[in-house]
Design a protein around this ligand. Structure first.
Ligand code: FES
Ligand SMILES: [Fe+2]
Length: 401
């Protein structure tokens, strides 16, 4: 919709439970223009029931970033929670699969921490699953010392429930509904804006995990708006002052923002790490960041591709993962780039902590009986203002037009 306000009302009515949480005044507030107090009411940041609806209507219907293929080189199994339901990513040779992380027998969660495995064995009664999800054996099921064994594929009705998975340049995405559009179509607005960047070159060098007490929507709003940079991240102002920044805009379901930095700087194109091949001088100085709704956030500079994913684990708690990719095999492994890799990751770590501190205070501010809605800046916060509307529309199952 390219920066335009969405239509005045959701195409379909809100589910009754969501409408009850917001109340009429709450719905009006979300749909209010940016010049008026607006945004989702406090309850949308504290209510378990609201999060249940978001999981059902947003996270279980869309592609969600679940991790990096390279993470599964050492730990071959990674448990994640998506849409409020436990999932495992599994590396099986060259294949990356995803399954519901629950035993077919009595419903025990199978894997609780990343680990290396050649089989997935339930801790309760030792049902044994292959890495392709099929059941290999179940001892004593039909009586003492009777071990039932199955050929691969013999009993699909006893296999782990598979989840649709696609990989894009080392990034693993899952779609719980099985009905989301093809992954490349979903990523298309991002890919079109970044045509000059050869993402087949990106190589994963590590990740950082942050768990903190703030609602996932606050993480996204904060990711989008550059208004806070001068106050919260002074070091970034040296690189890209406020006058090269703008509000960004939504392109369909993808938020886009960028700037053209006056010069490269450490951790932003000038840490000694190789650049994407064939970039023009302008492209080298351009910083770009995206949110592919709901929560796949990516930042692109000449020397890096960084992913931020924000997973709600409670209304007031988010697990955030930052995944770092550099450009080419050499950049990822050669000793000469070790310092560059380390400084890139430590800069992101420090910057992110600056945001986390604020995000936790934002969450606490949403306990205030005096907070009647955000007074957002029309210069900087239009996309964040529209995020609340997008969420409301997604819950109503309508698409902003
Ligand atoms: S619950 Fe998994 S084997 Fe019984
Ligand atoms: Fe920030």
């Amino acid at each position: 919709m390219n920066g335009q306000e969405p239509a005045a009302n959701p195409a379909s009515p809100l589910p009754r439970d969501a409408a009850a949480i917001l109340g009429e005044a709450g719905v009006r507030r979300v749909l209010s223009p940016i010049e008026e107090p607006s945004g989702l009411p406090n309850a949308a940041f504290w209510s378990e029931e609201w999060l249940r609806l978001e999981n059902e209507r947003i996270f279980r219907r869309s592609w969600v970033f679940a991790g990096a293929v390279a993470e599964l080189d050492l730990d071959t199994v990674k448990p994640v929670e998506i849409g409020g339901t436990p999932i495992i990513l599994v590396r099986d040779g060259d294949a990356v699969r995803a399954f519901h992380n629950v035993c077919r027998h009595r419903g025990t969660r199978l894997v609780s921490a990343p680990c290396r495995k050649s089989a997935i064995v339930c801790a309760y009664h030792a049902w044994n699953y292959r890495l392709d999800g099929s059941l290999r054996s179940r001892p004593h099921f039909h009586g003492p010392n009777k071990v039932e064994r199955f050929e691969a594929g013999a009993r699909p009705d006893l296999a782990l429930h598979a989840v649709r998975t696609e990989v894009w340049n080392g990034c693993v995405f899952v779609d719980l509904s099985g009905e989301a559009p093809p992954l490349v179509d979903w990523l298309k607005p991002l890919l079109e804006r970044t045509r000059a960047f050869d993402f087949s070159q990106i190589r994963w060098i590590g990740k950082q995990t942050f768990r903190f007490r703030s609602n996932w929507k606050l993480v996204l709003e904060n990711w989008m708006e550059g208004y806070h940079v001068f106050a919260a991240h002074p070091r970034l102002i040296d690189h890209a002052p406020m006058d090269v920044r703008w509000s960004g805009e939504w392109m369909d379901h993808v938020f886009y923002n960028d700037y053209l930095a006056p010069r490269l700087s450490d951790g932003r194109g000038e840490g000694g790490l190789p650049h994407f091949p064939g970039l023009s001088e302008d492209e080298k100085r351009r910083g770009m960041w995206f949110t592919v709704f709901p929560t796949f956030c990516a930042e692109v500079y000449a020397d890096q591709f960084v992913v931020l994913s924000a997973t709600p684990v409670a209304p007031d708690e988010t697990v955030e993962e930052l995944h770092f990719f550099v450009v080419g095999d050499e950049a990822a492994t050669a000793g000469q780039y070790e310092a560059g890799r380390a400084s890139l990751m430590s800069m992101w770590h420090d910057l992110n902590l600056e945001d986390v501190t604020i995000l936790e205070e934002l969450q606490q501010g949403r306990r205030s009986m005096a907070f009647e809605g955000s007074l957002m800046s029309p210069a900087w916060e239009v996309p964040a203002h529209q995020l609340a509307q997008r969420i409301l529309f997604a819950l109503a199952d309508g698409e902003p037009s």
